[in-house]
Design a protein around this ligand. Structure first.
Ligand SMILES: C[S@@+](CC[C@H](N)C(=O)[O-])C[C@H]1O[C@@H](n2cnc3c(N)ncnc32)[C@H](O)[C@@H]1O
Length: 316
């Protein structure tokens, strides 16, 4: 597997890639809903990033872009992709995971928190959001500019070997802690542990997150602590493997300009594809590098069911 991991803003880093060099865009971008208060999720990706993705994709290549099922997010994401030039006339794939919780607040309690009498509102709920049990995977295509798919095949030599298929949904749980941490055995780098409590192995004292106070040792020894994948939105490898299998073949190039902890890269390695990942947060690049350091042989062993199952489904 060839892999290129770039640390920076996709708006800039994508310019390094050659026009028409990528076979599939598979990504899980920010949804613009400030998930868990994260700054990187405050706004949807700039349309210029999607335009750069369009430039680097081969004509006729597919895009698989994850989105919250929230109507406002979904609508804007699809509109931005269309504005960037993609053909959006495809059905989405739905990922269902079952584990989300519906939201609502008790009106009477909210009123009582303000020191008022809420009795007459007992039983009423505010701020309802239905159970979030699916995410959309928006499917689109860089138009091939030919009269038909056949003309496209006949007129281009370097074509992604993909076929339109219509699998409507995939049911798979969110990744387990074990799956997320696979490969996370490296030494923690200082910048990778600033958000966690850490223990000095010399004196056994804990340094609490955010305090920046040293334990008092001359050279605190944190380096044997096992690092963890603390990315809040790591996707299941099985889900990304499904998408990659659907739209590419071995040796193709897969791009993820919002790589996070590198799940698209792990699935690309598992399935013998090449991978370009871009991520602006250094801490997440460290995590992706560690996850991608697992040998393909070990990945195949760990995800045995994934490869076999996906390939059987697609009749490859
Ligand atoms: C939803 S997460 C992706 C998680 C990923 N699917 C995984 O399994 O770990 C989106 C990521 O995009 C990154 N990001 C947001 N805007 C970016 C930009 N303009 N350029 C590069 N990375 C960006 C964030 O730091 C975040 O890690």
């Amino acid at each position: 597997m060839n892999k290129i991991l770039l640390n920076g803003d996709s708006k800039i880093e994508l310019k390094l890639l050659k026009e028409g060099s990528i076979d599939l865009l598979a990504t899980d971008p920010p949804y613009g809903i400030s998930f868990m208060g994260k700054d990187w999720d405050k706004v949807l990706p700039d349309v210029d990033i999607w335009k750069e993705c369009y430039r680097v994709l081969k004509p006729g290549s597919f895009i698989a872009v994850m989105s919250s099922p929230r109507s406002d997010v979904l609508y804007r994401m699809i509109k931005d992709l269309e504005d960037a030039g993609f053909d959006m006339s495809f059905s989405p794939i739905l990922w269902t995971y079952h584990t989300g919780f519906p939201k609502a607040s008790d009106t009477s309690k909210m009123i009582e928190k303000r020191g008022l009498d809420g009795t007459k509102y007992e039983g009423s709920k505010l701020g309802f959001q239905p159970k979030p049990a699916v995410e959309h995977i928006i499917i689109g295509m860089k138009p091939h500019g030919q009269k038909s798919y056949i003309d496209n095949v006949l007129n281009f030599e370097e074509l992604p070997d993909n076929v339109k298929r219509t699998y409507p949904f995939l049911q798979t749980p969110k990744p387990s802690k074990k799956e997320k941490d696979l490969g996370m055995t490296g030494e923690e780098k200082e910048r990778a542990i600033t958000n966690q409590n850490k223990k000095c192995l010399k004196c056994d004292k804990w340094e609490l997150s955010g305090t920046n106070e040293s334990c008092g040792c001359d050279k605190p020894d944190y380096k044997h602590a096992k690092s963890k994948n603390n990315h809040p939105t790591t996707k299941p490898v099985k889900l990304m493997s499904y998408i990659i299998t659907l739209f590419t073949r071995e040796g193709d190039w897969v791009l993820d300009p919002f790589m996070g902890s590198g799940t698209t890269g792990v699935a690309s390695k598992l399935l013998d594809r090449n991978f370009v990942g871009i991520e602006m947060t250094p801490e997440y690049i460290d995590i992706a590098e560690q996850r991608l350091s697992v040998s393909r042989q070990d990945l195949v062993k760990y995800f045995k069911g994934v490869i076999k199952e996906e390939q059987t489904k697609l009749d490859i």
